[in-house]
Design a protein around this ligand. Structure first.
Ligand code: SAM
Length: 304
């Protein structure tokens, strides 16, 4: 991503959560604070541009659409929003369970405009929270929070860091991360934008310095997603759109070998949810056209 601008994909993910929270009858994930992160001008900008983008995602479908509102609603069904919503719910469901089993720290890697710290006042008193993000995105978010007058809870710690430069665990330890405490690390919507060497180095560092039985959750695209003749049309369009916004998707994993690869990095894979699993957990029976994204998996692993 560009080093001076906040991540465009982080803004679009948050806009999608805001849209869902303010429009959906039956919510997959209710980020009721996300809408407040946007000014009226930003909301109008995203609504207009994403409605227009629907014709790119689904040229045939666009022929039947009569209003910009309908085009925006169809864009939300047919783009990355189902991934954004389901991965956020997946992590917070696991975190809620794991807090009961002794997890006391939550590290959000590549947090973007995640509102957890302000939204989950039920869980915050039981956690130390670390938000790690690229400085350009994190500075943008902090400035917006200040403008809104939101009071950051004392348990929230900020770490501005480029994963490519390493030193994640030292940065965390320098602001109060306790390496003896069981921790949940989430890395949502990030691995596919990083080179594989950066992912491996980051995971190796976590496994070496987080305490045993800490948890890692990330989402990933399978290797087929990156092969033009095998990838699903929706995923190919997402790749084209993120490339254009300066955040090209570049790395996937093979679900069949992920367990062995994580094992070599110091983790035991515990869950590897396929698109069919995600469909069954979060999208079954929905009448609004949302469905799990082809090629997109959720991985949950523990530090050995
Ligand atoms: C698609 S957004 C995901 C945000 C959030 N996790 C979510 O689910 O909405 C990708 C995030 O990864 C961060 N990111 C991308 N490359 C990074 C890097 N090299 N170092 C640190 N953060 C990075 C961006 O700043 C952005 O917040």
């Amino acid at each position: 991503m560009a080093s001076s601008q906040p991540s465009a994909t982080a803004l679009i993910s948050a806009y999608g959560r805001a849209y869902h929270a303010t429009h959906a009858q039956e919510k997959i994930f209710d980020d009721y604070l996300a809408d407040k992160l946007f000014t009226d001008e930003q909301r109008a900008f995203f609504a207009e541009n994403l409605a227009r983008a629907f014709a790119f995602f689904d040229p045939e479908g666009a022929a039947d659409v009569t209003t910009p509102e309908e085009a925006l609603a169809r864009f939300m069904q047919n783009s990355s929003l189902p991934i954004t919503l389901s991965r956020a719910r997946y992590v917070e469901e696991i975190l809620t369970r794991e807090i009961e089993k002794g997890v006391t720290q939550y590290v959000i890697l590549g947090a973007g405009l995640d509102t957890f710290a302000f939204r989950r006042s039920d869980l915050m008193p039981r956690l130390k929270l670390f938000e790690v993000d690229h400085p350009a995105t994190q500075n943008y978010k902090r400035a917006r929070i200040q403008e809104l007058g939101w009071q950051a809870p004392p348990q929230l710690h900020w770490v501005a860091l480029d994963f490519a430069q390493g030193n994640l665990m030292s940065a965390l330890e320098s602001i109060g991360y306790d390496s003896r405490a069981r921790t949940l690390f989430s890395w949502l919507g990030v691995t596919y934008y990083l080179p594989r060497a950066v992912i491996d180095a980051t995971l190796r560092e976590i496994a070496a310095r987080a305490c045993a039985d800490s948890i890692l959750i990330f989402d990933y695209f399978d290797a087929d997603a990156f092969i033009p003749e095998r990838t699903a049309p929706r995923v190919a369009k997402m790749q084209a759109a993120t490339r254009q916004s300066g955040e090209p998707m570049q790395t996937g994993f093979d679900p069949a070998t992920l367990g062995a690869e994580l094992d070599a990095l110091g983790f035991a894979l515990q869950e590897n949810s396929s698109p069919a699993d995600i469909q069954a957990s979060y999208f079954r029976g929905r009448a609004d056209g949302y469905s799990a994204c082809e090629h997109l998996y959720f991985a949950r692993a523990r530090v050995k």
